[in-house]
Write a protein that binds this ligand. Sequence first.
Ligand code: IPD
Ligand code: CA
Ligand code: CA
Length: 267
Amino acid sequence: MSHDLKALTQQLVGITREAGAFIHQEARAFDRGRIEYKDLNNLVSYVDKEAEKRLVERLSQLLPEAGFITEEGTTGEQSDPNGLNWIIDPLDGTTNFIHQLPIFCVSVGLTQHGKPIAGVIFDGNRNEVFSAWEGGGAYCNDEQIRVSPAQKLADSLIATGFPYYRFEGMNKYLDILQSLMQKTHGLRRLGSAAIDLAYVACGRFEAFYEYNLNSWDMAAGVVLVREAGGIVTDFYGGDEFLFRGDVIAGCAMQPELVAAIRDYWDR
Ligand code: IPD
Ligand code: CA
Ligand code: CA
């Protein structure tokens, strides 16, 4: 692409921080009466929607030629499959936000021809901004980050997301969970897929897996993990994760985790 991806990512950091500041200002006085249900257990608030509007406005100025894929639908369907697209989750971890559990973030990725090439995740609760662009490495604030050096599943702490709607894969998911409990250091469910991926990128988790995700949950995190030296695939070890929703991201032990998951997922 003809743009300076590093400069673009740095500007994206500023824009993501602004949206995060708005979310934190609202968090202090959040009124649970203003929650809406998009679906079973799929919650949204005016904070998600307003943060998204602000992001779209600023990003349209930053890169007028790019399309959008956004969780809250601010732009309607305005993506360009052959060009550049911003993929936005204005507030990842909405259920945590609503319950005042301080694990949520803003996540914005940029794709080109459907491939994530830059991403920023801002966690205002810890004042950590994770950023990465293709070929440029991955960073937490200003420090370069790398995935964990662990080589084996047996030495790994794994993040996941529980199914909370569309329960059709749940039994297989529970079999996987049961098996991994016995093969790893343990499992965690933080409630923000974007933070899970950022934590894989900086080595706090060795790996993360979940199914039924949306592209906005992962677009930024995928770039972070890859640029930090990690591996990202779908549940079959392929490349279909972004728009199909099943993803496994991890350090050197990722192929071992793919094999462990696939064993049950294929049945
Ligand atoms: C959710 C979070 C959660 C994951 C869900 C996502 P939201 O996003 O990332 O960790 O398990 O699948 O939908 O709704 O809080 O933006
Ligand atoms: Ca999300
Ligand atoms: Ca969200």
